[in-house]
Design a protein around this ligand. Structure first.
Ligand code: NOJ
Length: 558
């Protein structure tokens, strides 16, 4: 590997930060966040050290699913600004070395999208085939994504007396990607935003988009769903060679391999690793790293260009669908024991700090772990300051509260009356009075400062994004010791999942005499290895360490 490869394949060492413009910063005080507000916060994001912004949908929308119901793929929601503001924001980001990727939501449109209004106006409308219509579909409970809201994935359109497909809400009719015109539209949409300067897309609902859910009979679905995925990836490559497709695809391991495009890596560039995320919570609940270890071990080897995206929380529920019923119950009992903390029978609607009862040691341990997992870390806005949630908002809305900037009015998000905000700010122990960016910026002991250090060290340790992961055998059951070995060096990470201190003795293979371990995170201390490459380290309860292997003749900075 050449050092410049880390720049060419920038996503392999990126730090991705997801935000919704609507809830991030309101610059004109009309109650809704806007692009101008985001542009004004670019220095904050730069200071934090992130390298890639992922913008949740900002398109015109009836806003019944937080913008994931798009009524114009080329537009900007007028409450957030206009194309000029969008371009200014991109300019600000690029100037600070931050790339921007945007949500590509083309599994469905809003039912208010002009295509759907046309399509439902008559059976012979030219747009009819943009959607999926059936006379008598099987109307089972299977494949419903929001089981508390919908009873079928088919909805009758009374006027034309046919059912249309909607995997998500009934106001989100699925596009018919077997129609070549629709596939052309998808490419055109991508081309448009690329031309405005984005570096790729977070692709929404990939298995639904390529019709792999089994709802359609094989003869009605795409002949080869992966071909479609690969064709849009190829298009992306032609228009913008270093742009990425980060797929939202909560899949089994063999399916993930397919979606990456196997050893050719010509499918999705990146995929969120839902399996690792869910097993991380099981490990936290059990204070035992083994479920996480097992999940990481089960990761298939993927092409060099492909990359895993790691996360602990996102804008949806914390889904636990890949765990067994018993395992899910364990995680519910530990982190979301009350019914109003759960949703859809599969997930928790809290943020990490409240689940961990605000224990700063444990919260830091989890983020240290997140950044040390092989792959690219993805943060959801507010995680860097330890924001909590508003459970009373209900379901996924609970974590979509305004960013908390100061301890002032509406947490410094907006001076507009609270009733006009997308959501009130968090109350109780996690209110802006207790949790806000402004105070944490000046407090070297704050979570925000800790996150900055993590990000800085992660970015200077390409072996985390690129390297080979191996779990190191040792005797302390509550501690995960793993190494990441890359072309430029080696790291050892230690994480104690328990609140009880532990002494950890481990042996590294292939070390030379006089190699040393330098603590990158806690205190810069140098730890000697004995002749057999063995070290003993005392770990605090919920302790974490990142150790860099330094050779006396090496040129790497400790
Ligand atoms: C996945 C998104 O993450 C979620 O928020 C949305 O509701 C669905 N896709 C439908 O677009």
């Amino acid at each position: 590997m050449r050092i410049t490869d880390t720049s060419d394949l920038w996503w392999k060492t990126a730090v991705i930060y997801c935000l919704d413009v609507e809830t991030f910063m309101d610059w004109n005080d009309d109650g809704t966040g806007d692009f101008e507000g985001l542009a004004h916060r670019m220095d904050y994001l730069h200071e934090l050290g992130i390298t890639c912004l992922w913008l949740m949908p900002f398109y015109p929308t009836p806003d019944l699913d937080d913008g994931y119901d798009v009524s114009d793929f080329y537009g900007i929601d007028g409450r957030l600004g206009n194309h000029g503001d969008f371009v200014e924001m991109i300019r600000m980001a690029k100037d600070r070395g931050i790339r921007v990727i945007v949500d590509l939501v083309v599994n469905h449109t809003s039912d208010q999208h002009p295509w759907f209004l046309e399509a439902r106006s008559s059976r012979d409308n030219p747009y009819r085939d943009y959607y999926v219509w059936r006379d008598k579909p099987a109307r089972g409970k299977a494949d419903i994504v929001f089981p508390d809201q919908e009873s079928s994935v088919w909805e009758l359109d009374k006027k034309t007396n046919q059912f249309y497909l909607h995997h998500f809400y009934k106001f989100q009719p699925d596009l018919n990607v077997t129609n070549p015109k629709v596939r052309d539209e998808v490419a055109k949409i991508m081309g448009f935003w690329l031309q405005l300067g984005v570096s790729g897309f977070r692709v929404d609902a990939v298995p639904f988009l390529i019709d792999e859910t089994g709802v359609l009979k094989p003869e009605d679905a795409l002949a080869d769903p992966l071909d479609f995925l690969k064709s849009i990836r190829a298009f992306l490559g032609r228009r913008s060679g270093d742009s990425v497709m980060l797929g939202e695809a909560n899949l089994s391991r063999p399916e993930q391999v397919k979606y990456f495009g196997g050893k050719d890596g010509d499918g999705l560039t990146m995929q969120f690793d839902f399996i690792t995320m869910q097993n991380l919570y099981l490990s936290l609940a059990r204070e035992d790293p083994r479920p996480l270890e097992k999940a990481l071990k089960s990761r298939p080897i993927v092409a060099v260009e492909s990359q895993w995206a790691n996360f602990v929380r996102n804008h949806d529920e914390l889904t636990l669908d890949k765990l067994t019923d018993e395992e899910r119950e364990e995680v519910f009992a530990a982190f979301g024991p009350e019914k109003h903390m759960q949703v859809y029978g599969r997930g928790i609607i809290r943020r990490l700090p409240t689940m961990l009862q605000g224990d700063p040691r444990r919260i830091r341990m989890v983020y240290s772990l997140l950044f040390s997992l092989p792959g690219t870390p993805v943060l959801f806005y507010g995680e860097e300051i330890g924001m909590g949630e508003r459970l009373e908002a209900g379901d996924r809305k609970s974590v979509r509260t305004p960013m908390q900037w100061t301890n002032g009015v509406n947490g410094g998000f907006s001076n507009a009356p609270e009733s006009t905000l997308p959501s009130p700010v968090v109350e109780d122990g996690y209110s802006p009075e207790h949790v806000n960016a402004s105070e944490q910026r000046h407090d070297p002991e704050s979570l925000l400062h800790f996150m900055r250090v993590l990000i800085e060290r992660y970015r200077a340790s390409a072996e985390m994004g690129w390297g080979q992961y191996t779990a190191v055998k040792q005797g302390a059951r509550s501690v995960l010791v793993h190494t990441l070995v890359g072309a430029e060096g080696r790291m050892v990470a230690l994480h104690n999942f328990s609140g009880t201190p532990a002494a950890v003795t481990f042996t590294l293979e292939d070390v030379d005499r006089d190699d040393q371990l330098v603590d990158l995170l806690v205190d810069g201390r140098v730890i000697e290895l004995d002749d057999s490459g063995t070290a003993t380290i005392a770990m605090d309860g919920y302790g974490y360490r990142w150790l860099r292997v330094i050779r006396p003749t090496g040129k790497r900075l400790g």
